[in-house]
Design a binder for this molecule. Structure first.
Ligand code: DUC
Ligand code: ZN
Ligand code: ZN
Length: 473
């Protein structure tokens, strides 16, 4: 006889990336073990009463407790960041273990492991950030770390302390190809940004709004094209992160038409914010929306929506990069209003990613429920080697589930669970919100957060399954 179930989620309207069906979900030891009608024999049951149940979100691009320079500190660590994630329906996080120049990549992994251990409330994996591809990193550390389950890494084409030149990018992509890892690329042309920044500052244009003018879409388009060319030269797949609008999307579409394996991610800020949110005058208020690439205009928001609908984008992530407006460690370093080029880049969004897309995408009639699941859970899990354990509702998957509550609700930062003192989406009306989140079968959110520090486990990632396996020639 089967062992008794721990929990049944009854009368669910189950949504996956391919289907929508009515079922009870039987859970045992944190996994889904039965799907069917009229399941019995559980210690506990939750009635979903015909409500939509999706897989817990997989946020494959978020920054938590990253080591930053000078007085600046990220506002969220693995405790507050994963708390906010759980309350917003996200049950798997993939933040970054960032190498510091002059240090080993292995040291970064150990450092970030310690930062997360005993704190995370939901499961997590790490992407590596490679900033110093020395021979030891390329020949020993990266191959060994990929074997150990760190199968994706981000490379930057901008930011002085992070950026790689084209030769270094080719070296890193070659390691990705040889060892079956997936490279994520932040595509913006550093020299163009530096040149524009110098001119803006010399003209006395230093307010937050000039951040957008220092990083026009051209700089993203050029770098996206170059990243694609470098990947083509090496003959390896890449994923372009945080794509902001039309020009970069055209490069990606062109590459895919050629048969190149170029995947793309976009984020809420490119659907819900514009450059106007950085300020229409010289007030410092706009610092809250300074992120890179910057939000564009209303026409580009529409183009990004089209890319979500038609399948240009595979992944929808938050790019949560949490800095507070008050105090001396966030957007006002040492308490000062600084020029746009010194404002810490990033906005919070780990808790609002799913409700915003469900509200405006699914209930706004722009994307199907299946596409929502694909973009927010299934594809990110596939891209980074966590599928089928994560990102779906099927027998054998982890019981990471969200029960949705439809109905209007005004978004207020006071109701969020991150450690940031604002949300860029304050006052926006949502049409749905997670009523309940289960992480490996345990209730973590039910209108109230149920903390359990250290419940989250570090996940070992396999090879990407978004990338089709190569046939031998
Ligand atoms: N841009 C990044 O590349 N990372 C973090 C935040 C941001 O705005
Ligand atoms: Zn980036
Ligand atoms: Zn980022």
């Amino acid at each position: 006889m089967n062992a008794p179930l721990d929990l049944i989620v009854r009368n669910a309207r189950v949504a996956t990336a391919s289907d929508c069906f009515d079922a009870d979900i039987g859970i045992q030891d944190g996994r889904i073990v039965q799907l069917g009608q009229g399941l019995r024999g559980a210690a506990r049951s939750i009635d979903a009463a015909g409500r939509v149940v999706t897989p817990g979100g997989v946020d494959a691009h978020c920054h938590l407790d990253e080591i930053t320079s000078g007085p600046v500190r990220m506002a969220d660590d693995f405790d507050t960041g994963s708390r906010a994630a759980a309350c917003g329906g996200t049950t798997t996080l993939i933040p970054f273990a960032a190498q510091q120049r002059g240090h080993s990549l292995r040291a970064a992994v150990e450092q970030y492991r310690e930062r997360a251990a005993g704190k995370a409330h939901v499961d997590y994996a790490f992407h590596l950030i490679v900033t110093d591809p020395t021979p030891a990193v390329l020949q020993q550390e990266l191959p060994a770390l990929i074997r150990e389950g760190f199968t994706s890494f981000k490379i930057y084409m901008t930011y002085d302390d992070m950026k790689l030149d084209d030769g270094q990018i080719l070296d890193v992509l070659s390691v990705a190809k040889a060892h079956g890892a997936l490279a994520m690329i932040h595509a913006e042309n550093a020299d163009c940004i530096q040149w524009l920044t110098r001119r803006l500052l010399a003209a006395g244009r230093s307010a937050p709004r000039f951040h957008a003018q220092s990083r026009p879409m051209l700089v993203e388009r050029e770098a996206t094209h170059r990243a694609i060319a470098l990947a083509e030269l090496v003959d390896t797949p890449i994923l372009i992160v945080h794509v902001s609008g039309r020009e970069a999307m055209e490069q990606i579409r062109w590459a895919r038409a050629l048969g190149l394996q170029v995947f793309a991610e976009t984020c809420p800020q490119y659907l819900f914010l514009t450059a106007d949110d950085l300020g229409l005058d010289d007030s410092y208020h706009g610092a809250r929306c300074v992120c890179s690439p910057p939000p564009r205009d209303a026409a580009n928001q529409q183009v990004v929506w089209n890319g979500l609908t038609e399948g240009l984008f595979s992944v929808f992530s938050s790019d949560h990069a949490p800095f507070r407006m008050d105090g001396s460690q966030g957007k006002r370093p040492e308490g000062c209003e600084v020029s746009f080029d010194r404002i810490p880049n990033g906005i919070p969004g780990i808790e609002t990613r799913l409700p915003l897309l469900y509200s405006e995408g699914v209930l706004g009639g722009r994307i199907t429920l299946q596409r929502f699941v694909e973009l927010t859970a299934t594809n990110p899990a596939k891209a980074y080697g966590l599928h089928p354990r994560k990102g779906s509702i099927a027998i054998g998957c982890d019981a990471d589930l969200v029960i949705w509550q439809e109905g209007e609700r005004v978004l207020r930062n006071a109701d969020l669970h991150h450690n940031v003192d604002y949300t860029p989406y304050e006052g926006r009306t949502l049409r749905a919100w997670p009523a309940l989140t289960l992480a490996r079968g345990q209730v973590v959110w039910e209108g109230q957060f149920h903390p359990c520090h250290g419940r989250g486990q570090l996940l070992e990632c396999g090879p990407s399954s978004l990338v089709p396996a190569r046939r031998a020639h």
